[in-house]
Design a protein. Structure first.
Length: 149
C-alpha cells in the first residue's frame, strides 16, 4: 500500500487489519486497530515515511562511545543469561560465572568511563543508588516502575 497523506496525517495499512497513523506535526506514532483494513504493510513506504522524521545527529561527543559500549556489554550479559535459561534451564555453571565475570567487568569499565566523561564519581553513583533504594524500601515502594516512585 502507498502511504496516504492528508494534511498532517499519514496512514499505513498493516498486516492483520491494523494501521499505523503518523501525525507529522506532533512527531508521534500511534498504532490503531482497524479490522476493516485489508491493505498489506509496505516496508518501502514505511522506510520513506520514517526517513522524513529522522535527521543526522552529531555523535562526536565524548559520552557517545562509552554509552554505546555500556549498552553493548549489558546486552552481552543479558544474552549469556538468556542462554543459561534457554539451554540449561537456569543451571549456572562455573564456566558461566567466569564468562559473566568477564562481561560484567566490561560493563563496569564502560560505566566508569561514562562517569569519568560526565564528571561524576562512580562512588557517588553507587551511594545515591543505595540511598534511593533504601528510601523506596522504607516507603514500601521497591516494586513497580518509574524513577520517582
Amino acid at each position: 500500500m502507498a502511504l496516504q497523506e492528508t494534511g498532517r496525517r499519514a496512514r499505513l495499512g498493516l498486516v492483520g487489519g491494523a494501521t499505523l497513523d503518523w501525525f507529522a506535526r506532533e512527531a508521534r506514532l500511534n498504532l490503531v486497530t482497524d479490522q476493516s483494513s485489508s491493505d498489506a504493510f509496505d516496508l518501502s513506504t514505511y522506510q520513506q515515511a520514517a526517513a522524513r522524521t529522522g535527521a543526522p545527529i552529531a555523535t562526536d561527543h565524548p559520552i557517545v562511545y562509552p554509552t554505546l559500549g555500556l549498552a553493548n556489554e549489558a546486552g552481552e550479559v543479558a544474552g549469556k543469561v538468556k542462554k543459561i535459561f534457554r539451554d540449561r534451564q537456569g543451571v549456572i555453571t562455573d564456566a558461566d560465572r567466569e564468562a559473566l565475570t568477564l562481561e560484567l567487568g566490561d560493563v563496569l569499565w564502560y560505566l566508569s568511563e561514562l562517569c569519568t566523561r560526565l564528571g561524576i564519581r562512580l562512588e557517588d553513583v553507587a551511594a545515591r543508588n543505595i540511598a534511593k533504594l533504601a528510601d523506596r524500601a522504607s516507603r514500601g515502594a521497591i516494586r513497580g516502575d518509574g524513577d520517582l516512585r
